[in-house]
Ligand binder design. Structure first.
Ligand code: DP6
Length: 369
């Protein structure tokens, strides 16, 4: 087990620095889903995702000496230039939980500005992008102060570990291409504590693989992911589900190696349906799909039967539909979306995305910062 507790990471109290760090970190779409957890943010099965490019969070952390030294976290938080008390409270409790790892956080006044590239309330889960952006900022601060994370692999591993503590899926957003989180004998170096990149194991064909996100409903989900994970503890199908993920991972790795879009799409669809079946068989049971989600799924299946093109769908814990397809068929798919699918979306909303390059440290002025 890896332990990042480090009481030595304290600043010289007579020389507290002033500065800022900025990261842009993307969201990701799990093909093999993380659903069910234990202990402190540890997954009940491995998950594998594609990192996105276009759906990201920009986060700036400005730091300076605390005016009056007091214990605890001292921070201000703005989201899209507006103070946001709910997010602020969430970040304070996240940072408090990280004090054994980053004790210097208690010595600083923090001013955080954050914003998403995707529309405010598009219903796109932003915990992966927002938590990974925060984790990356904290690791950069540690490196600026102590020079302890100069080596890229060590930096990424710690960022993924810290991101996981904020939100499990965020651990995977640290890496470009595709990433796996959860210990498995099938991938060397894999861990329940942080994600690892698939790197060259991902076939070239997936480098510009698309994920167009159809926004069926933009509101808040009626049941949060956190609550959904919790309900897996008593779900009678959970043990079968966890057992099944071993075989699914084996098959998924094989199609990713080969660049087999059909095989990949079939697994993505089966996983999406399984995730929602687990919600429907929870106690109490619940349903996050909307009639328009089903209408889109039906249309996608008809399109595939007619054209024989590898267009598939995935779902997250919500009603929005991710359309998965290779670059070669973009022209036909976009026409199909426009003519047959956008009418099922809220205000015709769609986010066009694809397999991404991973987070980047940037020099930018976030709106209102
Ligand atoms: C369905 O990562 O949002 O998107 O760890 O409680 O923050 P917490 O949960 P979260 O769960 C994501 C669930 C999922 C599948 C996935 O991304 O693997």
């Amino acid at each position: 087990m890896i332990d990042y507790t480090n009481s030595k990471l304290l600043l010289d109290a007579s020389n507290i620095p002033v500065g800022e760090v900025v990261w842009r970190s993307p969201s990701n779409l799990a093909i093999l889903k993380y659903w069910g957890k234990h202990g402190i943010q540890l997954p009940n099965n491995p998950s594998l995702s594609m990192t996105l490019q276009n759906a990201y969070t920009d986060t700036v952390i400005k730091y300076s000496p605390k005016e009056d030294y007091a214990r605890g976290i001292d921070l201000d938080f703005h989201f899209h230039a507006e103070p946001n008390e709910a997010f602020k409270a969430k970040i304070i409790s996240y940072f408090e939980s990280l004090l054994p790892i980053f004790p210097f956080l208690e010595q600083l006044k923090l001013d955080i500005h954050s914003g998403n590239s995707f529309p405010h309330s598009s219903g796109i889960a932003s915990s992966a992008s927002s938590m990974s952006a925060l984790a990356l900022c904290l690791c950069t601060m540690e490196d600026q102060f102590f020079g302890t994370l100069e080596e890229d692999t060590a930096f990424d591993q710690k960022a993924s570990y810290v991101a996981r503590l904020g939100s499990g899926s965020a651990s995977r957003s640290i890496f470009p291409g595709m990433a796996l989180w959860g210990q498995t004998g099938q991938v060397e170096g894999s861990s329940d504590y942080y994600a690892v990149p698939l790197g060259d194991r991902m076939h070239e064909g997936f480098k510009n693989y698309h994920d167009d996100i159809l926004i069926v409903q933009s509101g808040e989900k009626s049941v949060s992911s956190r609550a959904g994970h919790g309900l897996m503890d008593e779900n009678p199908y959970a043990p079968t589900r966890y057992e099944q993920t071993k075989k699914t991972l084996h098959n998924l790795l094989a199609v990713i190696d080969k660049g087999d879009f059909e095989g990949f799409g079939k697994i993505a669809e089966a996983e999406a349906m399984t995730l929602h079946a687990l919600m429907m068989t929870s106690n109490p049971p619940y349903l996050l799909m909307d009639p328009n989600t089903l209408a889109i799924i039906k249309k996608v299946r008809e399109y595939r039967a007619e054209t024989k093109q590898p267009l598939y769908f995935s779902l997250d814990a919500g009603p929005n539909v991710h359309l998965l397809y290779p670059e070669e068929i973009i022209h036909d798919v976009r026409l199909f979306i426009e003519e047959e699918l956008l009418s099922f979306c809220e205000e015709g909303m769609m986010i066009s995305d694809w397999v991404g390059e991973g987070p980047e440290e940037i020099d930018l002025e976030v709106e209102g910062s």
